[in-house]
Design a protein around this ligand. Structure first.
Ligand SMILES: O=C(O)[C@H]1O[C@H](OP(=O)(O)OP(=O)(O)OC[C@H]2O[C@@H](n3ccc(=O)[nH]c3=O)[C@H](O)[C@@H]2O)[C@H](O)[C@@H](O)[C@@H]1O
Length: 429
């Protein structure tokens, strides 16, 4: 019988070969992972570049900047961390009123233009204010960070979070028994809705529902809610001046449609859950710390830098007109609405009785043609604008806005006092 073959060497060799194969495959895996990582990085850089080219930074013009507000928002909320004794202490400190009978207000969109001014005014008179903002990149977030610094200087904490983050909202209402919510977080801008429609649905519809859900079902006590609707809901309405009784079922832009949807949603939450809700229809609000995507702001920049501006005329050749409203007047209206808001009547998602549901115009009551607005800026800046006058494109704009504010005047003494020339002088300064 032949002796069995000596396998010890072959076995060793096989083991060695298999070891080498494993090492090589690991190297291959590492190499391919490395390659994949580099490819992903390169794609991301190319995408960011393409996006930046497509949406140049807002401060350089009037186009919304970089990444879509929506994707940025989800990124922020997934990174937002909250909780813990120190965090809760800070939240309570910011939200606690300093005067007897003061309000405790959750201000959403606190690092926004109107949000910052309202938060400061509330804090100044001794109310507690806690801010919330997602710092999205619709316009330069560094302006929002500067406003956040200003607020922090006045003892107001602004949390980085999105209104769609229900868990955070629930946590906030667990920590603080807010008496009011001033809900200003929204995707603003009329014409941008054609470019990024989903961001309007995410903020102005889904975000609003997320807030109402938490306020109706989790907050105890339920807060009274005052929120920002818009003059744009009047859409194709031709009866002037715009009254709260006029038709608002013909929005001209998706922006307006989401605000109108918000008013309908408010009705539902008031009806089912007894939430006290007040909608404020703002009319083209302007002033210091304003929004760079608005015409008065980017016109000023363009005039100073010698760039041309585009002025819209209606199809009949008339200047478009706006009831430009100065920020201080709007703040007065917001505080008046908060002070006169009735209490919500429900608890734990159950209505206990009828609650207040209101809508008010907050305008200036004197429309100004955009050409006149530019003439005021030219005088203040001592420099002529280079103007391109074009027929208003079909971009969601309406030709004319004009507020009737009798209702706000009657219910909380709203009385706008700043004309456009005075307001723009303060802005330019
Ligand atoms: O009243 C409101 O509720 C709305 O007011 C503003 O919207 P808008 O009135 O369109 O304000 P701007 O974008 O600053 O435009 C002001 C005027 O300048 C005109 N315009 C704008 C841009 C431009 O390049 N040229 C031009 O003539 C517009 O047609 C408009 O008549 C805000 O941007 C909205 O977020 C807000 O909801």
């Amino acid at each position: 019988m032949a002796p069995p073959p000596d396998t010890s060497k072959t076995t060793k060799l096989e083991r060695y070969n298999s070891y080498i194969r494993r090492v090589n495959s690991t190297k291959l895996l590492a190499a391919s992972t490395n390659l994949l990582f580099r490819a992903t990085l390169l794609t991301a850089v190319v995408l960011i570049l393409l996006f930046t080219l497509h949406y140049p930074p807002l401060l350089a013009g009037h186009h919304p900047s970089a990444a879509s507000a929506h994707s940025h928002r989800s990124l922020l909320s997934s990174y937002s961390s909250y909780g813990g004794a120190t965090w809760e202490r800070e939240v309570r400190r910011s939200a606690t009123p300093r005067r007897r009978g003061g309000l405790s207000v959750l201000v959403t969109g606190a690092a926004g233009f109107v949000g910052t001014h309202c938060s400061l005014a509330l804090k100044k008179r001794g109310d507690g204010v806690l801010g919330l903002d997602n710092f999205n990149s619709y316009y330069d977030p560094s302006l929002k960070r500067s406003r956040q610094k200003l607020l922090s200087h006045h003892g107001i904490l602004v949390i980085d979070a999105d209104i769609n983050d229900s868990k955070l909202l629930i946590k906030l209402f667990d920590v603080v028994p807010f008496s009011h919510v001033l809900h200003l977080a929204a995707q603003a801008g009329v014409r941008y809705a054609m470019r990024n429609p989903q961001s309007y649905v995410a903020s102005n519809v889904a975000g609003l529902v997320s807030l109402f859900e938490v306020a109706a079902k989790h907050a105890d006590p339920q807060p009274a809610i005052v929120w920002a609707s818009s003059s744009s809901v009047y859409g194709l309405n031709t009866a002037v001046p715009f009254s709260e009784l006029h038709r608002t079922d013909r929005p001209a832009s998706l922006y307006a449609a989401t605000k109108k949807a918000g008013e309908a949603i408010a009705h539902t939450y008031n009806h089912i859950y007894g939430l006290s809700i007040t909608g404020l229809r703002f009319f083209t609000v302007y002033g210091p710390w304003g929004r760079p995507d608005m015409a008065y702001f980017f016109f000023t920049k363009a005039i100073l830098s010698g760039n041309a501006i585009t002025l819209f005329k209606t199809r009949d050749g008339v200047d478009v007109q706006r009831d430009f409203t100065y920020i201080d007047d709007v703040v007065q209206g917001c505080l008046g609405a908060l002070d006169t808001a009735g209490k919500s009547t429900g608890t734990g998602g159950k209505k206990r009785g009828p609650a207040q549901l209101r809508v008010y115009n907050l305008g200036n009551t004197s429309p100004v043609p955009v050409g006149k607005m530019v003439a005021i800026l030219e005088e203040l800046l001592a420099k002529k604008a280079k103007k391109n006058v074009v027929t208003m494109p079909r971009n969601g704009d309406v030709p004319y806005t004009h507020a009737n504010v009798t209702l706000a005047q009657k219910d909380f003494k709203y009385r706008p006092t700043t004309d456009l020339a005075t307001g723009l002088r303060r802005f330019v300064k």
